[in-house]
Design a protein around this ligand. Structure first.
Ligand SMILES: Cc1cc2nc3c(=O)[nH]c(=O)nc-3n(C[C@H](O)[C@H](O)[C@H](O)COP(=O)(O)OP(=O)(O)OC[C@H]3O[C@@H](n4cnc5c(N)ncnc54)[C@H](O)[C@@H]3O)c2cc1C
Length: 464
């Protein structure tokens, strides 16, 4: 016997056998030899304990699982990968969508349709040679669906808005077990589409998504690495560049503290660096003109700037792609002036002793301040997003790391709005920190309308 969490009643384990028999894919349950590997998310720090893991072979398996979960009053969730794993999925049947990997592109119509297991890196590679791009973020390994359901902040969001705003339609299995496309054709569907564009995984299990693609005949980008002593000058150049940058230019500044560990090559071990990263949708010469203040900020230790194919954009930040024990959190900044930059370096620069691996400020704003289509992700006109990323090598490091993140955000409080995109929420936070009260109320109303029994469980639930 195991517990049926939603109804509080015991669930006979033979019910799991019934589900297993109905699937083309695999069901892994506690006690199976593959259990620990199957339940582990990308973020291996999160010791999640689902009721069972369904490795769906296709969309039909997803529908079978949802209908089974509804019949047995068991919550169900999808976790394609687990970059955004939170501890809120315990007790739910967890569906892995990795095998839903179809990619279809119509370059003339500037649209892509991808399955719920497709990672951004794979979609972008499929766009090589088309002169088009999707609204890819900094990591090629996150899924298109997981990212867009959470809003999705792209390298190209200053030009085109959020990933969620690029979603044309979503293929779902809804709480009635119906497998269908949500295109916003009637008011109820329009509400659901609005919620799926940034409100997270609380409304349906998604099997595919249809997205707008954007012209990108030329993309230029890369990173510059400087010694840590150049950090004040790099942040000064960053502020100068971002003061009146065109929307085609996206610039991020960061301080990076490489761990003193064997995973880092010997000359780099324990080193702190200042970074400036950028992409430009246009001519490389114009990009270099706009970025000139950065090149003057100090001795350049590494320079990866070059014309990029769409498939290379997600790689330029050189973020970890292998499963990692990571903590990521962010907050929007209404101002990033000299005092803010100085405070940031005081708490997270070289010599601060911070256990955080990277503290980054992204230039945002631009098209993010305008509504492209109705979406829960909405608009945000703050010009900057501050984030902290840490790898927690041993469990004892968790306390100091989360303490350092709290310290960073407390130190930057005078310049913060306290809000963050859903995909930059900290650990077990819910949508209430990401969105204004009116959006949260509307998300709750949609949840009540489409999933009154609370069948779907998001990592960022709309209800506390
Ligand atoms: C190193 C790193 C870099 C990142 N960079 C960026 C960035 O540049 N921009 C940005 O916006 N975000 C970024 N993120 C955050 C990332 O977009 C989120 O973690 C997001 O959740 C996608 O990750 P995933 O595909 O692993 O989804 P998962 O973590 O597997 O899923 C996240 C949640 O999405 C929902 N979900 C996913 N698939 C489905 C589905 N098929 N049906 C219903 N619900 C579903 C569920 O609620 C699930 O819990 C980054 C994260 C990391 C760790």
């Amino acid at each position: 016997m195991t517990t049926d969490l939603a109804a509080g009643a015991p669930l006979d384990t033979s019910a799991l056998d019934e589900l297993r028999a109905a699937l083309t894919g695999t069901l892994v349950a506690p006690g199976d030899p593959a259990w620990d590997a199957a339940r582990l998310p990308w973020n291996v720090l999160v010791d999640q304990r689902p009721l069972a893991v369904v490795q769906a072979a296709d969309a039909h398996d997803v529908a079978v699982t949802v209908r089974w979960a509804a019949a047995h009053h068991v919550p169900v969730t999808a976790q394609p990968n687990g970059h955004g794993a939170s501890r809120l999925l315990d007790g739910a049947v967890l569906v892995r969508t990795t095998a839903l990997d179809d990619i279809w592109v119509d370059a003339d119509a500037r649209v892509a349709r991808v399955g719920a297991g497709v990672r951004w890196g794979d979609l972008q590679v499929a766009l090589d040679g088309t002169g088009l791009t999707g609204l890819v973020g900094s990591n090629p390994d996150v899924t298109v669906v997981g990212y867009c359901l959470g809003g999705g902040l792209s390298w190209f969001s200053r030009a085109h808005g959020t990933g969620a705003g690029s979603v044309r339609a979503v293929e779902v299995v809804d709480a009635t077990g119906t497998h269908r496309w949500v295109r916003g054709d009637d008011p109820a569907d329009a509400d659901l589409l609005w919620a799926l564009r940034g409100g997270g995984g609380d409304f349906a299990l998604v099997t595919a998504v249809e997205l707008d693609l954007f012209p990108a005949p030329q993309v230029y980008g890369g990173l510059l690495a400087f010694p840590a002593e150049a950090a004040p000058a790099v942040l000064r150049a960053f502020r100068q560049i971002t003061r009146d940058a065109p929307e085609a230019l996206t610039t991020w500044a960061a301080v990076l503290h490489l761990p003193d560990a064997p995973v880092v090559p010997e000359p780099m071990r324990g080193l702190s660096l200042a970074l400036l990263l950028a992409t430009y949708l246009g001519d490389p010469g114009e990009a270099e003109r706009l970025l000139a203040p950065a090149r003057a900020a100090g001795p350049v230790l590494r320079d990866t700037f070059r014309p990029l194919a769409p498939g290379e954009v997600g790689l330029l930040a050189e973020e970890p792609v292998d499963p990692s024990p990571a903590v990521l959190a962010g907050t929007r900044l209404h101002t990033f002036d000299e005092a803010a930059a100085a405070r940031l370096l005081e708490v997270a620069g070289a010599g601060s002793g911070t256990p955080l691996m990277q503290v980054q400020v992204r230039h945002v704003g631009g098209a993010l301040a305008r509504e492209r289509v109705p979406s829960a992700a909405g608009t945000a006109d703050e010009p900057y997003l501050l984030s902290g990323l840490a790898i927690v090598p041993v469990p004892e490091a968790y306390g100091p790391v989360t303490g350092a993140l709290d310290g960073l955000f407390a130190a930057m409080d005078p310049w913060s709005t306290g809000t963050a995109p859903l995909t930059f929420l900290d650990r077990d936070e819910t949508v209430a920190r990401a969105y204004p009260p009116a959006t949260v109320d509307r998300l709750r109303a949609v949840k009540a309308a489409v999933d009154p029994a609370g069948l779907f469980r998001s990592n960022r639930p709309v209800n506390p």
